[in-house]
Design a protein around this ligand. Structure first.
Ligand SMILES: Cc1ncc(COP(=O)(O)O)c(C=O)c1O
Length: 477
């Protein structure tokens, strides 16, 4: 049972898995029944008897990977999860092996230092002052702050807790005032409504502000909307802007929204989980124009930065907002001690925290940020090409002109037809796409995450959908 030998078996299996998927050797996705898969993997026996090493490990990985979704396959176009850069996965292994629970500096100085550096890199990209190192002389100047969390959903919750600390500083002791409301567009990610539930406001606290025809927040109506809320006794906890929205991938007009928020003293939170990575591109950055006027930003590295799941950043313009979001007493962790570094624990829901920054750092540091920016641009260009191909097709409707790497379209027919088409497509296995509701209808949805996907794959997808349509219509009649 050698780490080296078993590690080599695992790396060889993963390398073959990726190469096979890139070469389209097999379906993108298989959906075996859980009970069958459990038996095939021999889970019960292995748990009871052990022995998962050498040939047993090799065999197990063969079965495990056969039932794993192939993100490396060019037909993978379903969800906003990166095809990870291999070195990001190596970072995950390093982290898992060291197991440095780095939320307190003493448990993982290297991991905490990397997180400090990548958070500062992100703050700089947003246009905020990075944090000075803890041992720097204090200038009293305001600067940004941030923390990495396990995913954008937790990051959105954390940002709203930071907003709560500013808007109602006594909420930690007294509870969340019932008149707080969250102003968002119906296109905001469901984690925002979940956060409202978790904070104790209830989902009724989500107030949908007017939008344009494409579902983007309409800044012209926002000021009046905020004023009316206050007239009715409500207090905005935050205005949520999408950058970009999950369903259609469209960016809200951040600068105008931010100006209205400032006029009305409202906290602006930009959910850039998917789209903030466009900040790296000189060509695409204008989509996020005005982001620096926000109070908080969420930015997932495991979506467009090639980072293995999970790694999301909560960033705030003023670090004090995040520092005051939580309070804690834990004598086993907090007491007088030498502090040469920085404890992220005060900024996060989590206590034991993985070295998320390392995965992001490896993704950036192996290629360099220019190469990652080029990939983001390539995937956005691919979406525009896909839109042009789809628009030229008879019997296919494009939802909107894409602004990111997300493309929504539908074949002539009902909402049920779109769902049935996607089911048949998934069964066939050459392509894996998602569906979404937007603008009052259901669409087939592509999240073009894979740099190996070509325009010819979009053409192949359309052909396959057309081929399946007749059979699906027959099935539905
Ligand atoms: C705009 C937006 N915000 C938040 C999230 C949630 O992120 P995560 O899946 O990392 O929790 C998503 C996920 O797709 C998203 O698109």
């Amino acid at each position: 049972m050698s780490f080296r030998d078993d590690g080599a078996i695992a790396i060889e299996a993963l390398d073959a898995f990726a190469a096979n998927a890139r070469g389209r050797g097999g379906p993108v996705i298989r959906q075996p029944a859980l009970g069958d898969l459990d038996r095939r993997l021999g889970l019960e026996r292995l748990i009871a008897e052990g022995g998962l090493t050498g040939d047993a490990l090799r065999n197990f990985l063969t079965d495990y990977l056969a039932a794993s979704t192939r993100l490396h396959h060019p037909g993978y176009m379903a969800h906003q999860v990166a095809v990870p850069l291999p070195h990001s996965a190596i970072a995950a292994l390093v982290d898992a092996f060291c197991n440095n629970a780095m939320a307190i500096y003493e448990m993982g100085p290297a991991a905490a230092t990397v997180e400090f550096a990548v958070v500062n890199w992100m703050l700089d990209k947003v246009g905020w002052r990075p944090s000075p190192p803890p041992d720097a002389a204090r200038t009293g100047e305001r600067h940004g702050g941030g923390v990495l969390t396990h995913g954008g959903s937790l990051a959105n919750l954390t940002a709203l807790l930071a907003a709560r600390g500013r808007v109602t500083p006594r909420a930690w002791e007294d509870g969340t005032p019932k008149n707080l409301v969250i102003v968002a567009s119906p296109a905001s990610h469901y984690s925002i409504a979940r956060a409202a539930g978790i904070i104790g406001l209830g989902q009724k606290a989500i107030r949908h502000a007017p939008t344009d025809a494409m579902g983007r927040l309409d800044p012209a109506c926002l000021g009046g909307f905020l004023a009316d809320l206050r007239k009715d006794g409500a207090e905005p906890l935050a205005v949520i802007a999408n950058a970009c929205g999950t369903a259609l991938g469209l960016y809200d007009p951040l600068r105008d929204i931010a100006e209205r928020c400032r006029e009305h003293g409202a906290w602006l939170h930009v959910d850039g989980a998917h789209g903030a990575s466009a900040l790296l591109s000189g060509r695409l950055r204008s989509l996020l124009d005005g982001i620096e006027l926000a109070d908080s930003v969420v930015w997932d590295a495991h979506k467009m930065l090639g980072c293995s799941t999970l790694c999301a950043a909560v960033l705030v313009r003023d670090h004090a907002d995040l520092d005051h979001a939580f309070r804690e007493e834990a004598s086993y962790l907090f007491h007088e001690k030498d502090q040469p570094g920085f404890d992220f624990i005060h900024r996060t829901v989590e206590c034991t925290k993985a070295a998320l920054g390392l995965k992001m750092f490896f993704a950036l540091a192996v290629q360099g940020e220019q190469a990652i920016a080029a990939t983001i641009e390539r995937q956005t260009d691919l979406a525009r090409t896909a839109a042009a191909i789809l628009r030229a097709e008879r019997g296919i409707e494009l939802a909107v002109e894409p602004e990111s790497n997300i493309v929504c379209f539908r074949l002539d027919g009902s909402d049920d037809l779109q769902i049935a088409l996607r089911r048949r497509l998934t069964e066939k296995g050459d392509f894996y796409i998602s569906t979404t509701e937007a603008l009052g209808r259901r669409w087939l949805r592509l999240a073009l995450m894979n740099p190996a996907t070509e325009p010819s794959d979009i053409e192949g997808l359309i052909m396959e959908l057309r081929g399946l349509r007749a059979a699906v219509l027959l099935e539905m009649s």
